[in-house]
Design a binder for this molecule. Structure first.
Ligand code: 3PG
Length: 213
């Protein structure tokens, strides 16, 4: 249920990453994910066409919630908003970046990996954060350790999440959604294997719906 309360998640507790070289590819990936039951996506600012991709997905797939990821500066945050992003995700947290994302007026999920970064986000009133890179930062054991002290904070683990450990991450009460690139492998995007992406997404959707309902 917790995932449904988040302003950045629609549908199952999944936040797949879209990294595409062209807006057409981005729309095809987004449609493949949506066909597999996904309701929210994160378009990462790691290709030249990322902003155009956000705009294209918004117009082609109006039922999808479209966020922008890899936001690192105030300029990024503003450009994403102008492109039509409905929420922002950052891999890291600094006071300047948190203030820029707050100023955008969009919901956002800042990246954290340590108790001090969580505390900083908490001071800004934030209760949903991205735990990145999740696996390398201690994974499930770290999230359990953090749950005792940060009782009101919910995490989006990203980085090292896959079909094999999705259920374990989502089973944690302090995880509201799981994110990452495992549903959109670069090899499938390159080969335009959209039905493969839909199949992966459908599997993940089934897992997510079973655990977070
Ligand atoms: C991110 O942007 O959150 C990470 O690239 C996701 O990591 P992953 O590729 O291991 O899912």
């Amino acid at each position: 249920l917790s995932s449904l309360l988040s302003p950045v998640i629609k549908g199952p507790a999944l936040l797949p990453i879209i990294q595409a070289d062209t807006p057409d590819d981005a729309v095809a990936i987004a449609k493949a994910l949506q066909d597999g039951g996904v309701g929210s996506v994160e378009v990462v600012l790691r290709t030249r066409q990322a902003l155009a991709a956000i705009t294209a997905i918004r117009s082609a797939l109006p039922n999808l919630l479209v966020g922008a990821g890899t936001v690192l500066t105030a300029a990024d945050a503003n450009a994403c908003k102008d492109a039509g992003a409905q929420f922002l995700v950052s891999p890291a947290s600094t006071p300047m970046l948190l203030e820029a994302m707050l100023a955008s007026g969009l919901p956002f999920v800042p990246g954290v990996a340590t108790p001090s970064e969580i505390a900083m986000a908490y001071e800004y009133g934030l209760r949903e954060v991205k735990f990145f890179p999740a696996h390398l930062s201690g994974g499930i054991e770290m999230l359990k350790a953090l749950s005792g002290v940060f009782q009101h904070v919910k995490f989006c683990p990203t980085g090292g999440v896959g079909q094999h450990n999705l259920a374990d991450f989502l089973a944690l009460p302090n995880v509201f959604v799981a994110g990452g690139s495992w549903l959109t492998p670069a090899s499938m995007v390159k080969a335009q294997q959209w039905s493969h992406i839909t199949a992966l997404a459908a599997e993940a959707t089934a897992i997510a719906r079973q655990i977070k309902t």
